[in-house]
Write a protein that binds this ligand. Structure first.
Ligand code: SGN
Ligand code: CA
Length: 526
């Protein structure tokens, strides 16, 4: 079956083309497979505000930008449910949470259901998963897997494999990269195409820097978002969240910002002491303490309160987060270098994304979960072999349920009709012809009651508007005009001059719930 598909292929270069590539190489020969490899790199909680090809206010990410500059950058990429486990389930199944069953981080993913790696493997792809998995059940349909237990650790992490536990000394981002390059170089069968899911732990809370990056960004003052001191007027669910940088309860001075001092006990100080801090080996701890001790001394000396304390916390948060991204960027650079040196750029599609976006002080917050832009969106850039014609910016509305069908089309496998996402390939083929594309996206978040107290909600987004319904123990609607109010500060729901657009969006929401068969529509009929 695969060989007949090869002949009619839209993207595959004829074998003669590969031979030509091989003949002009030096030591490293191009691999003689005519099927495309897929390298799917996903980070945790990495957001567009902290990636310079999207936003250059804060930090530089030259290696991530390298992917975008030579490939494509999606400016409107979103997730279906802004939280780790559910987002990963959407990726692997191509279905919304209510269909794949993984609605929150607590439930266990049913790995016996149809997944993209299963379909790729059945048609001859080698499948590998390295890094953060976070689906609680064991990975299924991977030829090779080595995953972090749960959230995993930044320092000296343990991994789970089919053979049992492994342990490595060092920093998670570098180790995950080493394991991935080792699999690419030494373990896989080079005569068959592969899909490698390279999933980083970075940049998850509590943002532990690699020792070598500790001193970076310490002189930098990060720009405060204009709505950092938001008072959440007109937005009831936003008034009740626990995502606040200013709050002692939400952002912990010890666990999150490392201000550890004998006698200071906070809600999460024990998690820090018995967790990441105690994982440091003597050498790492010496570097850590040498860096943080003067900052700790200054902090307790200064006795900041109120707005000053909140803004100080914001600066520390931004610095620690940025250091973890520095390591990420360098390590992604190592993988790109490996692929370039081994002449694999012409037969490998590289996808870089995150499991969701994140708040970097917008609305005064960290974390995610809300359908507001910063956490609903996700970075998405791709390197494409030259047989794909598109380069540059893509503005179409895309979602993480689209990854599975996209990978299937790259592999020339029929897309099963129960997959809810759509392949992104039409957007990558031709820069001239307009592509018929979806006009709206559906979102549904479920983890309430839960950490950070974000209410359950669902909603619809079009290019210009967003309509959200917070439900369960509240019943609140919100409407935003993203052209006039991109920061979503002004809830227009119920305003008479927006009645018409509200009705249109309600109708769109109703249609999406029907199309995706979300059972919530029976509880809250529109
Ligand atoms: C942990 C974090 C939360 C975070 C969730 C989910 N708390 O519980 O802040 O929202 O993970 O994150 S911590 O104190 O344990 O760090 S997710 O990205 O995995 O969904
Ligand atoms: Ca995450």
């Amino acid at each position: 079956m695969i060989s007949t598909q090869r002949i009619n292929s839209k993207f595959l270069i004829p074998l003669a083309g590969v031979a030509l590539l091989a003949s002009c190489n030096g030591e490293n020969k191009a691999e003689e497979t005519d099927q495309l490899n897929i390298l799917f790199i996903m980070t945790d909680d990495h957001t567009r505000q902290m990636m310079s090809c999207y936003d250059n206010r804060h930090i530089e990410t030259p290696n991530l930008d390298r992917i975008a500059n030579n490939g494509v950058i999606f400016r409107n990429a979103y997730v279906a449910n802004s939280i780790s486990g559910p987002s990963r389930a959407c990726l692997l199944t191509g279905k919304h949470s209510h269909m794949n069953g993984k609605k929150d981080n607590i439930s266990i993913f049913d790995g016996s259901q149809q997944t993209v790696q299963q379909l790729l493997r059945q048609s001859g792809y080698q499948t590998a998963m390295i890094g953060k998995w976070h689906l609680d059940s064991e990975p299924t349909n991977f030829d090779h897997w080595e995953i972090l237990p749960g959230q995993g650790s930044y320092y000296n992490p343990d991994f789970i494999t089919e053979q049992g536990r492994t342990h490595y000394e060092g920093y998670a981002t570098s180790i995950i990269t080493d394991l991935s390059i080792d699999w690419l170089a030494n373990e896989r069968d080079k005569d068959r195409p592969f899909v490698l899911f390279l999933h980083h732990k970075v940049a998850h809370r509590n943002w532990m820097s690699d020792s070598q990056h500790l001193s970076l960004f310490e002189e930098k003052t990060f720009e405060l978002p204009a709505n950092f001191h938001d008072n959440y007027e007109g937005r009831i669910a936003a008034q009740q969240q626990e995502l606040s940088i200013a709050s002692d309860h939400d952002m912990d001075i010890v666990n999150d910002l490392k201000m550890l001092r004998p006698g200071v006990e906070t809600r999460l100080s024990n998690s820090y002491i018995n967790g990441e801090y105690n994982r440091l080996n003597p050498e790492q701890k010496a570097a850590w303490d040498a860096h943080y001790q003067p900052i700790i001394d200054d902090f307790y000396e200064a006795g900041l309160t109120g707005k000053e304390l909140a803004e100080w916390k914001y600066q520390r948060y931004m610095r620690d987060y940025s250091k973890t991204i520095q390591s990420l960027d360098e390590n992604v650079g190592r993988v790109l270098d490996y692929l370039e040196e081994n002449k694999m750029m012409e037969n490998t599609v590289i996808i870089y994304t995150s499991d969701q976006g994140f708040y970097m002080g917008e609305h005064g917050w960290f974390d995610k979960r809300f359908m507001y832009e910063e956490s609903f969106s996700t970075p998405l850039v791709m390197h494409l072999p030259s047989r794909f014609k598109k380069q540059g910016v893509i503005d179409a509305l895309v979602q993480n349920i689209d990854f599975a069908p996209t990978m299937l089309e790259i592999a020339e496998i029929d897309i099963p009709s129960d997959i809810q996402g759509v392949s992104l390939i039409p957007l990558l083929e031709n820069s001239e012809a307009p592509v018929e594309w979806r006009k709206s996206l559906y979102y549904h978040y479920y983890e309430f009651p839960g950490e950070h107290a974000v209410k359950k909600h669902y909603g619809v987004k079009t290019e210009r508007y967003k309509l959200i319904h917070f439900y369960d123990d509240i019943d609140e609607w919100e409407l935003y005009d993203l052209y006039t109010d991109p920061s979503e500060m002004n809830n227009l729901y119920g305003e008479p001059n927006h009645a018409e657009i509200t009705a249109e969006l309600m109708e769109e929401l109703r249609k999406l719930q029907e199309q995706y068969e979300d059972p919530i529509r029976e509880k809250y009929p529109i």
